[in-house]
Design a protein around this ligand. Structure first.
Ligand SMILES: Nc1nc2c(ncn2[C@@H]2O[C@H](COP(=O)(O)OP(=O)(O)OP(=O)(O)O)[C@@H](O)[C@H]2O)c(=O)[nH]1
Ligand SMILES: [Mg+2]
Length: 363
């Protein structure tokens, strides 16, 4: 009797679990975002649970690795006792190793040297404050506004402004698509609706990735078929937004090597075509992976030449980045870092604040 009851309970459990998995699999199939729609197709994330924002991380929490690396390089110099010629040489080497770049490091050292002489400093331990202040002063004074007001750029005689357009450019895998997802979340938190343009038509997976972000953030997305002309997808997205009075379009582009002339030309075309219709490009963000160090700077130079970069978004500062690249970007390119990626999560994007950043590095 007992045996019969055990068998019956086991059988019922198996039937119940099978039914659950069948229903769940059907549901997941229904949500499959891998279908790439023809050019001009749009989708919204209305049927999906839109993720709410979490509290933003701080530089202090996420720059642990960069801090210990820089602290290691500089700490050994500051702990040396009396300042002498070797101190300056070692300090400059430490900055170069931290990705600050050769010419910028030399400029920083000469400014700090002058300040140290003025203050009659004698001990290397007293130099930390001066180095920190010099770095902060090189990062301040830049406009870090994220411009969403298309009317600012418009001729005075034109009528109602169309959507503002933000283009995202950079080499492969730096975090362009992820950053668009994070920013889309922020924009909707601020009450601004957004259309995402799946301008990376190079791989179907790229369209899927952006579609998933649109579902997570509730943004609309305009997609083209694989291999479609990216500029036409961006154009369609802008027209779509204009027709619905959506104020902002964020356009993804395929990652590309800055040395490939034809791909850089394609980017110029996207930039041109984006202004052919109702929209105005108010931001062209160059996304740089902070862990690529000085290589990131040479990418930046070539992208800046091709398209008019208005701001850098520095990602992966939570990883093994040394942090000095931030100083090099401002000093050598004259373009501000406007946003920083501090992780892979939807909330892991923060406004770049120079004082907070440098404090976190030197703590
Ligand atoms: N740790 C960390 N990972 C990040 C950050 N931003 C992006 N990533 C990760 O970097 C990887 C590449 O991100 P994508 O957004 O696909 O990069 P992409 O520039 O669009 O890449 P392509 O389209 O292939 O050129 C993903 O695994 C992201 O989760 C960040 O700030 N920190
Ligand atoms: Mg991408």
């Amino acid at each position: 009797m007992l045996f019969a009851i055990i068998v019956a309970v086991a059988a019922l459990t198996i039937i119940g679990l099978s039914a659950y998995f069948i229903v769940r699999d059907r549901r997941l199939e229904g949500r499959d975002p891998s279908v790439v729609e023809p050019s001009g197709d749009t989708a919204t994330g209305d049927d999906e649970a839109v993720e709410s924002a979490s509290t933003a991380p701080s530089f202090r929490d996420r720059l642990g690795k960069a801090r210990s690396t820089l602290g290691g390089y500089l700490g050994s110099v500051f702990g040396r006792g009396a300042i002498n010629e070797q101190t300056w040489q070692d300090l400059q080497d430490a900055l170069i190793r931290a990705d600050v770049g050769v010419s910028t490091s030399a400029e920083i050292i000469s400014a700090v040297r002058e300040a140290a002489a003025d203050e009659k400093l004698e001990d290397a331990s007293e130099l930390a404050g001066l180095v920190k202040a010099e770095i902060v002063s090189r990062l301040e004074g830049f406009d870090r506004t994220l411009n969403v007001d298309a009317s600012v750029e418009m001729p005075a005689d034109s009528q109602v402004p169309g959507p503002a357009v933000w283009l995202f450019v950079g080499v492969n895998g730096v975090g362009k698509t992820t950053t668009i997802g994070k920013l889309s979340r922020r924009q909707s938190d601020e009450g601004r609706s957004v259309v995402l343009a799946a301008g990376d038509t190079f791989r179907a997976a790229a369209v899927e990735q952006l579609t998933i972000w649109s579902q997570r953030t509730g943004a609309e997305i305009v997609r083209g078929s694989e291999g479609a002309d990216p500029s036409s997808v961006v154009f369609d997205a802008i027209e779509h937004a204009a027709a619905r009075s959506v104020p902002l379009v964020m356009a993804d582009t395929a990652g590309r090597l800055q040395t490939k002339a034809n791909l850089m030309e394609e980017l110029r075309k996207v930039r041109r075509v984006a202004e052919k219709g109702a929209g105005t490009v108010t931001e062209t963000f160059l996304v740089i992976d902070a862990t690529t160090g000085q290589n990131g700077l040479s990418q930046a130079r070539q992208f800046t030449e091709a398209v008019d970069v208005t701001g850098v978004i520095l990602t992966k500062l939570d990883g093994s980045a040394k942090g000095g690249i931030v100083v090099a970007i401002h000093s050598e390119l004259g373009v501000p870092v406007k946003l920083a990626g501090l992780g892979e999560g939807i909330g892991d994007l923060v406004d770049f604040d120079p004082v907070e950043f440098v404090d976190a590095l030197f703590e």
